[in-house]
Design a protein around this ligand. Structure first.
Ligand code: CMP
Length: 178
């Protein structure tokens, strides 16, 4: 029996194929586990027939792809460059470098692909940067709060969210939770 993941309905075998493809690709391997999980959830499935063009050299790029099944040929100015098979990633260059498609990619056989749109990829990357920024801002705010005589701290936290450091000699009264 083929197991399915709870959220997306993608089979575990497919998830493994996608994760492996991401990890062996130079630029996608920089994604962390959380970003890879989001990517797996947001990929869309598409199919092509033999000799159908998936990418045209010189055109604008809006998606990148992972080969789920089948074979494709990469050509540049009419020259064969490479055959792509299951687990290969392609179409990433125009998305990453904001350039025109550097080569043509055509289906040799019936092909099943996992596709991610440029905007979805950008959202995954931007979300992570936004979270990082927010976390840094939190840390900065706690550093800039200075307390003096008569003020109290540490009163309402179960898990500590900030560090309080003595800046010079300090005497405190403490009282335990009970
Ligand atoms: P992109 O330029 O977005 O669209 C065409 C894709 O073909 C490109 O991304 C790469 O994924 C792939 N490609 C380009 N040049 C080569 C090459 N020399 N060998 C293999 N794949 C290539």
């Amino acid at each position: 029996m083929v197991k399915k993941t709870a959220r997306s309905g993608i089979t575990l075998l497919t998830t493994n194929l996608i994760v492996k493809a991401i990890q062996k690709n130079d630029f996608l391997s920089r994604l962390d586990d959380e970003q890879i999980a989001m990517m797996v959830d947001l990929l869309m499935s598409s199919n092509y027939k033999p000799s159908e063009e998936v990418i045209k050299e010189g055109s604008e790029g809006d998606s990148m792809y992972i080969v789920a099944a089948g074979e494709l040929i990469v050509t540049q100015s009419g020259r064969d460059l490479r055959t792509l098979t299951k687990g290969d990633v392609f179409g990433e260059l125009a998305i990453l470098y904001n350039c025109k498609r550097t080569a043509t990619v055509k289906a040799k056989t019936h092909v099943h692909l996992w596709r991610m749109e440029r905007q979805t990829y950008r959202t995954i990357i931007t979300n992570k940067s936004k979270k990082k920024r927010e976390q840094l801002m939190g840390e900065v705010i706690s550093f800039i709060r200075r307390m003096g005589k008569g003020e109290h701290f540490g009163d309402n936290q179960i898990l500590r969210t900030a560090t309080c450091t003595a800046d010079g000699p300090v005497t405190c009264f403490s009282i335990d939770k009970e």
